[in-house]
Design a protein around this ligand. Structure first.
Ligand code: HEC
Ligand code: HEC
Length: 349
């Protein structure tokens, strides 16, 4: 054979090898892609039926005969102190305008509005409403170990949820908010907590909530408004938020109610993504817990909590800072599973 022919044969062999390799790579890629499709498909196939079960149980709660209904907001104007009530409502709906970083009364809070968390000025069933504030305060609260009135409770939210400073108890602003919140709950008999009050209780998972799964939920269902960096979105004129922040410097601090996983999961189950309602939720229970775990695993302002829970045995199952009296680790108090913690507490009492 001539040397030229030898070289030709060798390159044919090499060419064959390269083509074979390419075919192999493409085949592997196609097969894993179809696995991925299959995974997505089965997930989608499961979700609706699970949601259906959950929403029927939520709908049972929604019986209009027994669900709390707020007084109609137009009726504020019929009251002798209508101006004060209206001011209180405005402070709750547009807190940033009065008390935010560029507030026209004071600058003592982080730029969020009370209404970002207490939806429709605290009148929405399962929207973290004020139904039972007038009927149950003043009351003993284990977090402070003292009897708290409505003024103290409002300042708690200012210092924690709005990461700010307390208002003077005798200020016009404090008086107006107390008057408005009391008006919202005026028809509830003393001592009663009507159905639909506050935050929905999502059934516990039998596993720990998972921040990694939660990130997937967040990117798919929350980031379009609250943004991938969690900072939310300011209104065009730069005053207050169109979409409030969920973590970072502008968000609630470590001492806030939403930093407890059960509060966050219950709030979002019944209200988020925006447009969801407790009758028509858009997240499964698992998605609610997992997205809570993701958001609350990220950085946010801290607060000195050393004077909270003077009786450590009264800490709620999902208060994530030790010491604890029950022997469960901090990690489990933050992410669960909460069932065993709850059972141990029931046995103790
Ligand atoms: C970041 C969210 C958030 C913001 C903002 C916020 N709160 Fe709250 N607030 C909560 C949570 C969570 C609770 C506890 C609810 C629970 O545990 O059921 C709560 C509880 C309360 C309660 C007691 C309700 C009850 O039934 O015991 C009052 C009153 C209150 N907030 C007033 C305010 C006021 C007034 C503002 C604005 C100055 C405000 N909150 C801002 C999240 C928030
Ligand atoms: C279509 C836009 C939109 C989407 C999507 C959305 N939210 Fe919100 N979210 C809002 C708005 C607007 C508010 C404030 C509501 C108000 O002030 O009436 C809010 C408020 C909140 C709050 C309380 C306020 C705060 O900033 O702490 C939490 C918590 C929250 N959303 C979590 C979520 C989670 C988790 C998801 C995804 C499952 C989600 N949201 C999806 C628009 C959205």
């Amino acid at each position: 054979m001539a040397p030229f022919q030898k070289l030709f044969n060798l390159s044919m062999v090499l060419f064959g090898l390269v083509v074979g390799l390419i075919i192999l790579i493409v085949a592997v890629a196609i097969s894993s892609f179809s696995d991925y499709k299959l995974l997505q498909f089965t997930n989608q196939g499961e979700l609706p039926s699970e949601l259906e079960d959950q929403s029927t149980s939520l709908q049972a709660l929604a019986d209009p005969e027994t669900l709390w209904k707020a007084p109609a907001l137009e009726d504020l104007n019929l009251e002798p102190n209508a101006d004060e009530l209206q001011y209180g409502k405005d402070l709750i709906a547009n807190t940033a305008e009065y008390l935010g970083p560029h507030g026209k009364v004071k600058s003592i809070s982080n730029g969020m509005n009370c209404q970002n968390c207490h939806l429709q000025a605290g009148t929405l069933p399962f929207g973290n409403n004020f139904a039972a504030v007038a009927s149950t305060y003043p009351k003993f609260r284990a977090r402070s170990g003292t009897e708290e009135d409505i003024q103290k409770r409002i300042n708690d939210c200012l210092e924690r949820s709005l990461n700010g400073k307390p208002l003077d108890r005798n200020s016009k602003e404090m008086k107006a908010m107390v008057a408005y919140i009391s008006w919202v709950g005026k028809e509830v008999p003393k001592g009663e907590i009507p159905k639909g009050t506050g935050i929905f209780e999502v059934p516990l998972l039998d596993r720990a909530a998972d921040p990694i799964k939660g990130k997937v939920v967040y990117e798919a269902k929350c980031a379009s408004c609250h943004q991938s960096d969690g900072k939310g979105q300011m209104k065009p004129e730069g005053k207050g938020y169109l979409y409030p922040p969920l973590w970072g410097e502008g968000s609630y601090n470590h001492g806030a109610g939403l930093y407890r996983l059960s509060r966050f999961a219950g709030y979002v189950k019944a209200n988020m993504p925006l447009g969801a309602t407790f009758e028509n939720p858009q997240l499964t229970d698992e998605e609610s817990w997992d997205v809570a775990a993701y958001v609350n695993s990220l950085d946010r302002p801290s607060k000195d909590l050393s004077r909270d829970w003077p009786d450590i045995s009264k800490k709620p199952m999902d208060h994530p800072f030790g010491p604890f009296s029950d022997g469960f680790p901090e990690e489990q108090h933050k992410y669960g599973p909460f069932g065993p913690i709850k059972a141990a507490a029931t046995n103790r009492n």
